[in-house]
Design a binder for this molecule. Structure first.
Ligand SMILES: NC(=O)c1ccc[n+]([C@@H]2O[C@H](COP(=O)([O-])OP(=O)(O)OC[C@H]3O[C@@H](n4cnc5c(N)ncnc54)[C@H](OP(=O)(O)O)[C@@H]3O)[C@@H](O)[C@H]2O)c1
Length: 264
């Protein structure tokens, strides 16, 4: 069955390659990015490359709650509620920056809170349609410990720590979604070490071709066995995340904190 698949951060890197592959399979693809002109160009390029006309682009900067709300409004208007949501957009910040009037550190906002909010807004609409599948792109470098009292606006910013914390949040959120919504399928995954601008920002470069990252996202979106739910995957296999990712108290605390930060 053809699926409607929204891939956040699909104007570059792993997300862009995943969008191409999802389109090649004949699915409806919703691209997302923060640059309308670039997004439209990528949409046209993918349509030409795949001869699949069912490709749309929605714009929304993940440093802004109102832009995320705007994205959902467009999806509703265009009757484009996804079956599969791939929460992929991500950044590695080398410098300290805060966003929104709540002074939220940018890595936490883009990598976790924006996806939390988008999922919060979309999930009820997705549930009306089918069993939603939410794929959260985490990382094997997720943190082994976290201080949720010092994450929104950390007292001593460190880019590597902020990134690892945000990737742990992706796994904690995945596990919480599944605990709260028995009808939802959601897994977190590490896409591999992939040659993208994010890898270059944080680690200077290297890594495998974007196609091997896309393989992992496609597995999470289309091939994952039904019984694999609320799991963390590395290279398409269930893996053990840091112990703290399984701590339901921390999952609940992150959920409460995130709910306090998003608009009501
Ligand atoms: N590459 C790796 O080795 C690796 C390893 C583990 C996990 N990951 C995860 O994989 C995911 C994809 O990363 P990637 O390596 O493919 O990185 P990438 O090539 O830098 O792509 C990131 C995507 O996110 C978008 N994005 C960034 N800031 C945004 C914002 N404020 N609002 C909306 N979109 C925004 C980017 O748009 P712009 O082009 O406009 O910036 C781009 O489309 C991330 O979640 C990352 O943490 C990557």
């Amino acid at each position: 069955m053809k699926r409607t698949v929204l891939i956040t951060g699909s104007t570059d890197g792993i997300g862009k390659q995943t969008a191409l592959r999802v389109a090649q399979r004949g699915n409806v693809v919703i691209l997302h990015g923060r640059n309308q002109k670039l997004g439209n160009e990528i949409k046209d390029q993918l349509i030409r490359q795949t001869c699949n006309n069912n490709i749309e682009y929605i714009n929304g900067d993940f440093t802004s709650f109102s832009e995320i709300e705007g994205m959902v409004e467009v999806l509703v208007l265009k009757r484009l509620i996804p079956h599969v949501l791939i929460n992929n957009a991500g950044i590695y910040q080398t410098k300290y920056e805060t966003v929104t009037d709540k002074n939220i550190e940018k890595t936490f906002m883009v990598n976790h809170l924006a996806h939390f909010y988008l999922t919060y807004l979309l999930l009820p609409l997705m549930e009306e349609k089918t069993t939603p599948n939410i794929v959260n792109v985490a990382s094997m470098v997720h943190a082994r410990q976290i201080d949720l009292n010092d994450i929104v606006n950390p007292s001593d910013f460190n880019g590597s720590e902020a990134y690892s914390n945000s990737k742990l949040c992706n796994i904690l959120f995945t596990k919480k979604i599944v605990r709260e919504n028995p009808r939802v399928i959601s897994n977190a995954l590490h896409p591999g070490v992939i040659d993208t601008k994010l890898l270059r920002s944080g680690w200077g470069g290297g890594g495998s071709d974007v196609n091997s990252g896309a393989d992992q996202l496609l597995y999470g979106a289309f091939e994952i066995p039904k019984e694999t739910n609320g799991k963390y995957l590395e290279y398409s296999n269930e893996a053990n995340p840091a112990d703290i990712a399984n701590d339901e108290k921390i999952q609940d605390e992150l959920y409460t904190l995130s709910m306090q930060l998003i608009p009501k």
